[in-house]
Design a protein around this ligand. Structure first.
Ligand code: TXA
Ligand code: MG
Length: 314
């Protein structure tokens, strides 16, 4: 797969939006200093304007354009995890566009661990990039997922399937105790270890009535058209897709996939399975409980439970 980035860089420079791969999911990129380009991001996704965007950088020096102050904790975490799937919420500089932060006085920043992404950001400048899906749908983990949502002619830099498959961990460093606002591959234990202090999980993630610290958490997310159920599977029907977690069963039918407790693989493939269910007109996706594998994959466990619960919620 050879990608000539030049036309995509030119699109960004002329104020257009371009989808690009990261190690987590595909992002919908736009110039972080161009208000009309950022508006196109919200329009393309149908995203509510009160849900702020992550600024993607390729070089720590670009942080100074956005963050008012880089604390010791922020520096320790960048040294340990960047480039990587950890987004840091820091106090913003006043110049940062309100469109990005939805009027908050903080800004979310991340440096993705992906060669094409780093090259693209390096040449096109810091980019805002939400996941490149229609709001509410599962995030894209393949270029074709972006085409499903935005059309076959939509500009996408194709980097193949993404490695992690679930969005980055979002960590708020502006509260007294650092708080995970969205769980991801980088888990609470690893973060605590680097900081040498305990951290907490952020504001309630499903309570619409409370003003959430991370506004994105109040909206419905990650949903295929098929209904999602997180439960023990008793009777199987051919019109449903089943993601099993255990047992020696080598399923014969193509609507039964056994992950054998590999939560890393389930994370990588979950959104693709959701989209596959829709393409093949399955009515429901049943996910067998994953608790038994919690201790083997604590970070993936927390991230998966968060996504599955949202996908399964009405
Ligand atoms: O892995 C990822 O993070 C992907 C790839 C493309 O980098 N991006 C992504 O972006 O998932 P998005 O927009 O789908 O999710 C961003 C999350 C939302 O939950 C949003 O509310 C939160 O980050 N967020 C952004 N800025 C914030 C801020 N200043 N304070 C708190 N939460 C913020
Ligand atoms: Mg998203």
């Amino acid at each position: 797969m050879k990608n000539n980035l030049k036309p995509y860089i030119q699109l960004i420079q002329s104020g257009e939006v371009v989808a690009f791969p990261t190690e987590t999911v595909y992002g919908l990129g736009a110039d972080a200093w161009n208000p009309s380009a950022i508006r196109k991001v919200f329009e393309t996704k149908g995203r509510p304007s009160d849900n702020p965007l992550i600024v993607h950088i390729s070089d720590e020096r670009q942080l100074e354009q956005f963050a008012a102050h880089i604390s010791q904790n922020a520096q320790k975490l960048m040294d340990a995890f960047w480039p990587g799937p950890l987004t840091l919420v820091l106090n913003k500089k006043s110049e940062v566009l309100d469109l990005i932060t939805a009027g908050l006085d903080t800004v979310a920043l991340r440096m993705p661990n992906h060669g094409l992404a780093l090259e693209f950001i390096g040449k096109a400048g810091p980019l805002v990039a939400p996941s490149a899906n229609t709001s509410g749908r599962p995030s894209p983990t393949k270029a074709e997922h972006v085409h499903e949502d935005f059309g076959k002619d939509f500009p996408v830099i194709d980097g193949g399937p993404t490695e992690v498959g679930l969005e980055s961990t979002v960590l708020d460093l502006t509260s007294e105790v650092p708080a995970i606002l969205r769980p991801g591959k980088i888990g609470a234990e690893e973060i605590s270890q680097v900081l040498g202090i305990g951290i907490k999980f952020g504001s309630p993630q499903n309570k619409k009535e409370e003003a959430p610290k991370s506004p994105g958490q109040k909206y419905s997310h990650y949903k295929p058209k098929a209904s999602v159920f997180y439960d023990k599977i008793t009777v199987r029907k051919p019109e449903n897709l089943y993601l099993l977690q255990d047992g020696d069963e080598s399923p014969a039918s193509k609507n039964v996939i056994n992950y054998r407790g590999n939560l890393e693989l389930l994370s990588r493939e979950l959104y693709d399975r959701f989209r596959q269910a829709d393409l093949e007109s399955y009515q429901a996706v049943f996910i067998e409980p994953i608790e038994a594998f919690k201790d083997d994959f604590p970070a993936y466990y927390a991230a998966l439970i968060n996504r599955i619960e949202k996908a399964a919620s009405s």
